[in-house]
Write a protein that binds this ligand. Sequence first.
Ligand code: CA
Length: 442
Amino acid sequence: MGKGASYLLTVLLAAAVVDGGRAQQPSVPTDPGITGTVTPIGAGEPRASGLSRGSLDPAVSADAVRRMTADFQDCLARLWPLAARRGIARAHYARWTQALVPDLRILELMDNQPEFTRPVWDYLDLLVNDARIEKGRALLERHRTTFDAVERAYGVDRHVLAAIWGVETDYGALTGERPVLRSTATLACIGRRQSYFRSEFLAALEILEHGDVPPERLVGSWAGAFGPTQFMPTSFKRYAVDFDHDGRRDVVDSIPDAMASTANNLRRDGWISGQSWGYEVVVPASFDFMLADGRRRLSIAEWQRLGIMRAGGGTFPRSDDRAFLLVPAGVQGPGFLMLHNFRVIMKYNPAEAYALAIGHLADRLRGEGPLVQPWPRYERALSRAERLELQQRLAQRGYDIGVVDGDLGARTRAALREFQAQIGRVPDGFATAGLLERLRGP
Ligand code: CA
């Protein structure tokens, strides 16, 4: 629960970029949401660092950074009264901050994030594979007693918890190595998200003051997310529990604490016990795709009456559950009926592709098979420049796309669907290179 996309994903994508053209990794670059792509880092505000566009406004000049860097110790001194109000001992504050120097590499990492836009199937390929499924199943078995107890206490499906563990950090194998106090102090004093990170810095101090996690273990991603399920310090404060009753809420080295804290987070975000996240479904070609707009929530039974079937031919276990229909890759790809819990997973990390990877990995860990329907792998993700052009061209044609920002959000998709309907195509809202080409025409 960390920072936009998962730490693991960030590492995988960085590796793919280093590999460059050699690796048969499809084309690149960014946008939260399943319009085809997702931002690897800082995709959204809630769990995320909120740094999707970098730490520093272009307006924050190199000079300003130098000034703020020179002022770092004074900044920490100014933060002391806030720390005191939270019960941090003076001597502790002095010890933890006196040798602290800003980690300027973080600012670089934030400002130079390559544009990694990829189609949704790339994310699923990267995050849900045989090795990750096998490892997850073994861990569910090894920690069966813990998962039994966590499920009883919080009513959150163990497979979803294990999937978050797997997707965030490859089950704790990759959690990041940056001291959280240093990262959050840097961002609390330098850059444009200082007030956001001030809270994270102060919450990190509280973790140390309470002795929940020892300083040398409080390490994580550059945005300050730590542990196997990547808690941000403020999320830790809200959700962490001492499930193994040793007196410390150790979400780093205690698997019971980490899993129970993650379950507590999901439950407090509204997890409905006994409900799945969603189902892969078959959408008939004659279906009215205008209904697949993410806002229309109908009962499963109502969707069935409209012709939606479960992929693979099974039945839906709970026909009264309300769901919305998502077709992440349009009419050519699989459809999904998404239940309330899908939204809860998205609160954990606000990207549809991320939530879909969690849901799908959870199903695989439970013993279900791969997706039944193929993805349209012949399509590619549009680059940022192409997405901006797509929006501009829709706007020029009189469609209301909101702000031209390169993010293919609900309004852009709605406009795209109207355009598709007008030219006699299936209005599935999936932005393809072909559609952009068509928009360039008369
Ligand atoms: Ca504990």
